[in-house]
Design a protein around this ligand. Structure first.
Ligand SMILES: NC(=O)c1ccc[n+]([C@@H]2O[C@H](COP(=O)([O-])OP(=O)(O)OC[C@H]3O[C@@H](n4cnc5c(N)ncnc54)[C@H](OP(=O)(O)O)[C@@H]3O)[C@@H](O)[C@H]2O)c1
Length: 277
């Protein structure tokens, strides 16, 4: 059996996917800049910004989980060379993309999707919605203060649990059943941020509320926290889709790929309650 290479292995999805692959009896190479170690897997240094690290990471690999680390604007620049190298070596690629990009031809994730489909028609594309895990990840400081202030208006999102993304990735990497297909991955229910905050509050046993703010206030809030203005504007721009209702649709892809329904946000909140107290 050849190996599965997981990029972003110590990140939100990768850190769940690597142990799941190991538990499924797969040989796994876990890649990140710091070569973070995982029990039962081979750790390797890989940096998108250092092309010399790509060949050694791909050597002896027959499947690849490809994702872009969050907060990096160089999506096409970093992902396209990996797509080409994997296709040239016949490495089956499962790409973690973003919900809705199939409707935005100018989006760099869409450009990467199209390049992958051209280079490797059997590739699998996963398009997750907003991660529930952001509440204990990038929104953790706000949750800790009890006020989640975002430019989301009253828009709802079918938040997906990263455990379900990892389960879909495992299914795509360990069978050919999903080859050549793209899947929009969502949770089972769309909730606005006010309702999401209520669920977190119930799990935490303390008040956590949502406050709708405008884009400029959001960017200023991020800047005060040390986030550069252009990155803040990029993040703020993502909420236009939330306000427009584009992140509200619910898909059954998690159940189709894994045989289990997607986890609810209430389940996510209960399972991570310790992070919210
Ligand atoms: N968060 C959401 O709500 C959401 C929703 C839809 C789609 N997405 C998409 O999901 C992706 C992010 O997934 P994720 O949250 O699982 O990833 P993540 O946690 O941001 O990934 C971090 C991982 O990438 C590694 N890494 C960072 N910089 C690197 C570099 N230059 N070269 C190689 N490895 C590097 C990190 O380890 P080292 O630091 O050791 O390198 C770590 O293993 C993005 O494409 C995002 O657009 C996110």
């Amino acid at each position: 059996m050849q190996k599965v290479l997981v990029l972003g292995a110590s990140g939100t999805v990768g850190a769940l996917l690597v142990p799941a692959l190991v538990a499924a009896g797969q040989r796994v190479r876990a890649a990140s800049r710091h070569a973070t170690a995982f029990a039962g897997a081979e750790a390797v240094r890989f940096d998108f910004a250092n092309p010399a690290t790509l060949g050694p990471a791909l050597d002896g690999v027959d499947r690849l989980y490809l994702l872009m680390p969050a907060d990096n604007p160089q999506v096409a620049q970093f992902l396209l060379p990996v797509v080409a190298a994997a296709a040239a070596r016949g490495v089956k690629t499962v790409l973690q993309s973003v919900m809705g990009v199939e409707h935005t031809p100018q989006n760099p994730y869409r450009q990467v999707e199209l390049a992958l489909q051209r280079a490797q028609p059997s590739a699998v594309i996963l398009r997750p919605n907003w991660f529930a895990d952001n509440f204990h990840g990038m929104w953790a400081p706000a949750v800790a203060q009890g006020v989640i202030a975002l430019p989301a208006g009253t828009g709802a999102s079918s938040f997906i649990d990263a455990r379900d993304i990892a389960a879909c990735a495992l299914a795509a990497l360990t069978s050919t059943n999903f080859d050549g297909q793209a899947f929009t991955l969502t949770g089972p229910q769309a909730l606005n941020y006010g309702s999401a905050a209520t669920l977190l509050s119930q799990a935490a046993g303390r008040p956590i509320v949502y406050r709708a703010i405008d884009v400029d206030s959001f960017v200023a809030q991020l800047q005060a926290a040390g986030v550069p203005q252009d990155h803040g504007r990029m993040l703020a721009g993502l909420f236009a889709a939330v306000r427009a209702g584009d992140t509200a649709p619910v898909s059954d892809a998690v159940e189709r790929m894994t045989g289990r329904p997607a986890r609810t946000l209430a389940q996510y909140a209960a399972d991570h309650a310790g992070a919210f107290r």
